[in-house]
Design a protein around this ligand. Structure first.
Ligand SMILES: C[S@@+](CC[C@H](N)C(=O)[O-])C[C@H]1O[C@@H](n2cnc3c(N)ncnc32)[C@H](O)[C@@H]1O
Length: 262
């Protein structure tokens, strides 16, 4: 990241000295699943775009076309929403089997109603990563890959390590986590109004959903505390134009891979 950009971003963030009363902080934390469910009631399947960049960024998901006798690669997408990651990848690679979970029951209903949902290649279920064992639905040590695409940022920081440990238990030894999420100093973080910050780098949006902005260091700490070995990590910068205001903004994401040791 550019030094000048970082200095300006830090100065902007330092201006916000407000704090959210503890009652509200607890309420947002306790009602996270309810607020995401309302989000999907309002937006149905229309909010997030299909994530067609995924195979370009994560070669593990590309079709290897090594013949039909190869066992299917088992992938678990946690926090799958309405399937904007799952369905494009399933369509592009017929050698994958997907487990997909989310704590919004409504999101899972949308996944099951999708024309691409085929129970021979996909199993969707409701699960709160911070408290429901994934092993209730997925046998321990059996999954090749877990994708975490913009989900960990929605989880309060003090629950992140436990959520990642939950993922660890279903992965095979040498299995990998493919991760992409919001990076620190992302334009969306700098746009929050005073009174939205719940704790360092963690904010509540107007609809009650929450978002954390990761530094590479913080992300590495969470995954190593949960038992993973870091494989790669980078900030991905994208300039996007806000359609309403026609202003160009700097989106910053963190993309990383972690391995469960053998
Ligand atoms: C920004 S959306 C991303 C959806 C999807 N991964 C994608 O890329 O389109 C975040 C999702 O994480 C889910 N989520 C947040 N906290 C969760 C938790 N503790 N357990 C399971 N799902 C959670 C939300 O319901 C929401 O669907």
């Amino acid at each position: 990241m550019d030094e000048e950009y970082i200095t300006e971003a830090q100065a902007k963030l330092a201006q916000d000295t407000t704090s959210v009363p503890e009652f509200w902080v607890n309420k947002y934390r306790n009602e996270a699943a309810k607020n995401w469910d309302k989000f999907y009631k309002r937006n149905t399947t229309n909010f997030f775009k299909d994530r067609h960049w995924v195979e370009r960024e994560f070669n593990e998901l590309r079709c290897q076309s090594e013949g039909n006798n190869m066992p299917l690669t088992k992938v678990l997408e946690v926090g799958c929403g309405v399937g904007n990651f799952v369905f494009p990848v399933l369509e592009a690679n017929d050698h994958l089997y997907f487990y997909a979970c989310d704590f919004s029951a409504r999101a899972i209903e949308f996944v099951k109603a999708h024309p691409g949902y085929n129970s021979g290649r996909c199993h969707a279920f409701v699960c709160d990563l911070t408290k429901d064992p994934l092993t209730d639905e997925v046998p321990a040590d059996t999954v090749d890959l877990v994708s975490m695409i913009f989900v960990l940022s929605a989880i309060p920081p003090e629950k992140m390590v436990e959520a990642v440990r939950n993922v660890y238990r279903v992965l095979k030894p040498n299995g990998k986590v493919l991760f992409r999420d919001y990076g620190i100093y992302d334009a969306a973080q700098l746009r929050f109004k005073p009174g939205s910050k719940l704790c360092e780098n963690f904010y509540v949006r107007q609809d009650g959903t929450m978002a954390y902005y990761f530094s590479e260091e913080m992300l590495k700490q969470i995954f190593t505390d949960a038992g993973f070995q870091p494989m790669s990590s980078e900030y991905v910068m994208r300039k996007t134009t806000n359609v309403k205001s026609n202003i160009e903004v700097d989106r910053i994401f963190v993309q990383a891979k972690f391995m469960k040791p053998a």
